[in-house]
Structures are given as C-alpha cells and as structure tokens.
Design a protein around this ligand. Structure first.
Ligand code: IPE
Ligand code: IPE
Ligand code: MG
Length: 249
C-alpha cells in the first residue's frame, strides 16, 4: 500500500540571516552578501511554491536593522527597490501575490511606491503569497495593534470586555493571514530576533547552519522533512491527538 504524502506546511516563515558572514568568508564587502541574498530570495520564492507551500514570509528588514551603518542601510533599501522593480513582471506572470507586514510607511518613498504598485497588481492571486517583513518588529506590531484596538474601543466598534485573542489578533499586521507552521532561521543563530513572536506561538522551528546566500531548494526541502517528523500537540497529549473525538472543545 502506498503511504499518504507528508503534509506540506501551509505557511513557512524564514529569518534570512548570514549575508554578512557569507561575504566575509568570501573576502567581499557585506553588501555583496546582501546582493547574493536577494538571489536566494528569488530562488526560494519559487522553490517554496514548487514544494507545495502556500504562503512564504521572509524577514527582510527588522526595525532594529536601522541601527546598522548608514551606507549598509542605504544599500539594503536600494537593493529592495531594485529587486521589487525586477520582480513585478515575474510576480504577475507567475501569479504570486505580494504583501507586507511592518511599518512600511517609514520606508523610502521609492520603495513604498513600488510596493504599492506590486501589491495592487497581484492582489487577486489566491494560490501563493509572498509576504515581506519590512521594517518589522513584533514589539512594535503589538504597540500598533494595541493603539488601533484602543481607538476601536473608543469609537464603540469593540467592547473592552471582549478580551479574546481572536478579537485582538485582528489588529495585528497579520490579521488575515494564517499563522506560520514552520519558522526557519539560517546562519546557525538560534534566536527569534523580534520576529512573529505571537504568531509563531505553536510553530515548529528549524535552525540550519547554512548562510542565507547558500540556502537552496534542497535545504528548504530538508527543513520541511524535519517539520514532518515533529508532532504538533498544541497543548494536548499524544494519545488525545490519536483520538481527536475525545478532546473537550
Ligand atoms: C541578514 O544577513 C540580512 C539582514 C538582516 C538584512 P546579515 O546582514 O544579518 O548577516 P550576518 O548576520 O551579519 O552574517
Ligand atoms: C534578523 O537578523 C533580521 C532579519 C533577518 C531581517 P539580524 O541579523 O538583524 O538579527 P540579530 O541582530 O543577529 O539578532
Ligand atoms: Mg544577522
């Protein structure tokens, strides 16, 4: 009897790390690592779709990354704009929906413009979504959500005594997105760095030593294979998972 295929995580989120170390190990300036990192963004976007993933979130620039040297920040913003301009026709042709999470209104005007155009032109694609986390940080996201929630309460649109996660989470940047099933971090670091702290509450984590510019489809497939070995219990026991009917709602 043939075995059922292993489930593919619906939403994969990646902390793309190690561009600087990749450049250093090749005797190149850090920006060259970022340039190679952009190539990996391209290949991984399509690799994930080939493997059956429906949503891919990439941590591209954190709020804390503004503290890097100004020439590196400038180069990263330039690369981002260049990448988005290059990819627009590919996203439309290959039906990739683009969206973002983060305080994108603080990005350079040129980046905001190309983001708006690309999101508008791809908003009807429903099969595969690329989410770029740009000027993103979980703590700022919570602050922004709390502020928006408070405003909604003040306007009489929400009741303060409805203290449910389902209600509050509608004010996060990720309001209409499924939670990540699998979070991958490259470069051997084993920390979260302010990424999707609330949304990844029950995600599986895979940490790989591969530096982001070297990350391949095979590495992604290996992370998914690792994900498939895990048992996601969501607070239950293994025995309960085997007999879902016995679980109290
Ligand atoms: C990830 O690579 C890219 C960004 C954070 C923008 P890094 O630039 O953090 O690379 P390392 O960690 O210095 O090697
Ligand atoms: C996390 O990488 C942010 C992104 C991948 C965009 P960092 O390199 O900025 O994280 P830390 O500083 O090592 O925690
Ligand atoms: Mg880093």
């Amino acid at each position: 009897m043939s075995q059922a295929p292993s489930p593919v995580p619906h939403h994969v989120a990646i902390i793309m790390d190690g561009n600087g170390r990749w450049a250093k190990s090749h005797g190149l300036p850090r920006i060259e690592g970022h340039r190679r990192g952009v190539e990996t963004v391209r290949t991984t976007t399509f690799a994930a779709r080939d493997l059956g993933v429906r949503m891919l979130t990439l941590y591209a620039f954190s709020i804390e990354n503004w503290k890097r040297p100004p020439d590196e920040v400038g180069a990263l913003m330039g690369l981002l704009e260049y990448y988005l301009k290059q990819e627009l026709t590919t996203f439309v042709r290959d039906r990739v929906r683009l969206r973002t999470i983060g305080r994108t209104d603080e990005l350079p005007a040129g980046v905001q413009q190309v983001l708006r155009t690309t999101m508008e032109e791809t908003k009807h694609f429903a099969d595969y979504t690329l989410v770029l986390a740009l000027n993103y940080g979980s703590r700022s996201e919570v602050v922004d959500a709390a502020r928006a929630y408070a405003a909604a309460v003040a306007a009489g649109q929400e009741k303060l005594n409805d203290g449910s996660w389902a209600t509050f989470s509608r004010y996060l940047y990720t309001a209409d997105m499924p939670e990540p099933d699998l979070v991958i971090r490259t470069s051997g670091e084993t920390r979260i760095s302010n990424f999707l702290l609330l949304q990844a509450a029950y995600a599986e984590f895979v940490f790989t030593p591969v530096l982001w510019p070297d990350f391949t489809k095979a590495d992604l497939a290996a992370a998914i294979a690792e994900f498939n070995k895990r048992e996601r219990r969501f607070g239950l026991t293994s025995e309960q998972l085997a007999k879902p009917a016995a679980v109290a709602k």
